[in-house]
Design a protein around this ligand. Structure first.
Ligand code: PMP
Length: 359
């Protein structure tokens, strides 16, 4: 068996230890004689899996007692709808548009109310993070929304936007559990799990309790945070296997030393690649330096045919999924938590050899 180095933006690489453990438990989870996939979600065994997962997640992120941790079916796009449906009492919200995912979130919210882009970096193909220290936020706006790490463009907010006392909502999908977060800065912090945390099909939302319970009329039961909060994410059959794998990933992060240790590892990995890009005469990174993402590193040669050749040759060398998002082209290396430093070193060595050959 040969595992490749998988730089996919999501679904993405998971820790090998987690996959091996899950494989060992596949046919017989802890003497039950069945897989977690086959187990009743009302069983004590599954309740323990769910409780442990929530507990470990809370510990990792330092979630205060007045925030609920909710495991919710569907991925990011379901949260694009749940945020306005649950928060938009005045039918007014402000969005910071730093990429396609923030824009899609804004478009979804516009189905329910009066939504404005109070800052945007669309003018320069989302290659920077706009100044968000003094935004013009309406006095009766329900919330301010932003996407912390922009998966497609490779930018990240290093400073939290100033919400001027309004509820701040963050999509942290592509930097989930990669750095410590100050949860109390946010009313809602949510992430799709398919990048840093687990298998696709679920999001985890951390929601301040006072924001729960007052949704727009007609909000479907399964799109109310209240439904998940009141039933411990077990109102209906949850994505049991996803929760089980996420729980294993939480334990893996804890064993490494938690989010501060994870951040250090991630910064070291990203520095390897950015340092190479900064001295390269062939490859360059199109992002404003101070806004560079630690998770998704974008780069180009400036020649689309050469980009294509690079991606193909890299794949043949066991470095997979380096093609940039279909809307922007070029290359993108996603360096999520589970990507080992060795993988990034292999990529940099390969890029150096490619550059030499093509010079
Ligand atoms: N937010 C971010 C930051 C993303 O990267 C993505 C998907 N790559 C989404 C939201 C959308 O998630 P989903 O495909 O799960 O709806």
């Amino acid at each position: 068996m040969a595992r490749v180095f998988n730089f996919s933006a999501g679904p993405a690489v998971l820790p090998e230890e987690v996959l091996r453990e899950a494989a060992e438990e596949m046919l017989d989870y802890k003497g039950t004689g069945m897989s977690v996939m086959e187990m009743s979600h009302r069983s004590k065994m599954f309740q323990d899996i769910l409780d442990d997962a929530e507990q470990d997640f809370r510990e990792l992120l330092g979630v205060p007692a007045n925030y609920k941790v909710l495991f919710i079916q569907g991925g990011g796009h379901v949260q694009f709808a749940m945020v306005p449906l649950n928060l938009m009492k005045n039918r007014k919200a402000e969005y910071i548009v730093t990429g396609q995912w923030a824009k899609k979130a804004l478009q979804e919210a516009a189905l329910y109310g009066d939504v404005r882009a109070v800052a945007s970096s669309e003018d320069k193909v989302y290659s920077y993070i706009p100044d968000c220290t003094d935004l013009s936020i309406r006095a009766d706006a329900d919330y301010l929304y932003f996407c912390k790490n922009n998966t497609i463009y490779g930018t990240v907010f290093h400073e939290t936007p100033n919400a001027k006392g309004k509820t701040l909502v963050a999509d942290v999908s592509s930097c989930f559990l990669s750095v410590p977060e100050k949860v109390t800065d946010y009313g809602i912090l949510w992430g799709g799990v398919q990048k840093n945390v687990g298998p696709a099909g679920m999001a985890i939302a951390v929601v301040r309790e006072d924001l729960i319970g007052d949704c727009l009329p007609g909000t479907p039961t399964m799109l109310r945070y209240e439904t998940y909060a009141a039933h411990g994410s077990l109102y209906n059959t949850p994505p049991c296997y996803n929760i089980y794998i996420c729980g294993k990933v939480f334990r893996w992060i804890k064993e490494i030393g938690g989010l501060a240790a994870m951040q250090k590892r991630n910064e070291e990995k990203a520095a390897l690649l950015y340092d190479f890009l900064d001295q390269s005469k062939l490859f360059s990174n199109p992002v404003r330096r101070e806004d560079r993402s630690v998770m998704n590193v974008t780069f180009v040669t400036g020649n689309a045919a050469l980009d294509k050749k690079f991606v193909e040759e890299a794949k043949a060398a066991g470095l997979e999924n380096l093609k940039g998002h279909r809307t922007v082209g070029g290359m993108r290396a996603s360096l999520y938590n589970a990507m080992p430093k060795e993988g990034v070193q292999r990529l940099v060595d390969f890029m150096a050899a490619f550059e030499k050959r093509e010079a």
